[in-house]
Design a protein around this ligand. Structure first.
Ligand code: GTP
Ligand code: MG
Length: 201
């Protein structure tokens, strides 16, 4: 897919105040600092559309972007952000979870996972949550540039093996690097192929 235009639309804590749900939407979620905002910029060939930071917890709101005037991206706050108070953390998590359950144009959630780490409970719990709530998701391994291909394969094999202990089949998996742009084409192809399935009830 060719990206012709990408624009910031609005930031919210309440998904009901987001843009009208009249176009297909894709959400990016994962732990703080996993690379959600960087991946969005990489996909769209933009440097600073989504705000990136070395400090975890940069994205604290649901940020909507519109692409080619045809589909939306939602950049979500990182879950499990340790450096804010528990009360604050629950607040993030609650409005994000409400968004996931309520947003009717949500086609798929990209669950971002740091390819350097062994499976983290917070990620596997989140994917189970999606499964239980019938929220479609794919896995997207990030920062693959930080690993050798041997390390990457080892980690992926291990992750898949762990997933198959609870899942009958694996979700679709993407491997990405915002630095090298690895994975850009396959993610955009997936979105392009999924968009036509959008329908308004
Ligand atoms: P929050 O908004 O805090 O939840 O973080 P986020 O998930 O949006 O992460 P962000 O995109 O802000 O990136 C966090 C840090 O990781 C930044 O320092 C990025 O430069 C770095 N980073 C993100 N993606 C990659 C990648 O693919 N490769 C490398 N080497 N670094 C990356
Ligand atoms: Mg962010």
């Amino acid at each position: 897919m060719k990206i012709k235009t990408s624009k910031f639309v609005i930031s919210n804590t309440n998904w009901r105040k987001g843009p009208e749900a009249n176009l297909p939407e894709y959400a990016f979620i994962g732990r703080s600092n996993v690379g959600k905002s960087s991946l969005i910029n990489m996909l769209l060939d933009r440097k600073e559309l989504a705000k990136v930071s070395g400090r975890p917890g940069k994205t604290t709101l649901i940020n909507h972007f519109i692409i080619n005037d045809e589909w939306y991206i939602a950049d979500l706050p990182g879950y499990g952000f340790a450096k804010v108070s528990l009360k604050q953390r629950n607040k993030f998590n609650n409005f994000t979870l409400e968004y996931l359950r309520g947003r009717e144009n949500l086609m798929c959630v990209f669950v971002l996972i740091d390819s350097r780490l062994p499976p983290q409970k917070i990620d596997t719990d989140f994917m189970e949550y999606c499964g239980n709530k019938d929220v479609p998701f794919v896995m997207c391994f990030t920062k693959m540039d930080k690993l050798t291909s041997r390390e990457l394969n080892k980690n992926l094999t291990h992750y898949k093996k762990e997933m198959l202990k609870t899942w009958h089949e694996l979700p679709q998996i993407f491997i990405t690097s915002s630095n090298s742009k690895y994975g850009q084409e396959s993610v955009l192809k997936f979105i392009e192929a999924t968009n036509p399935y959008f329908k308004i009830d």
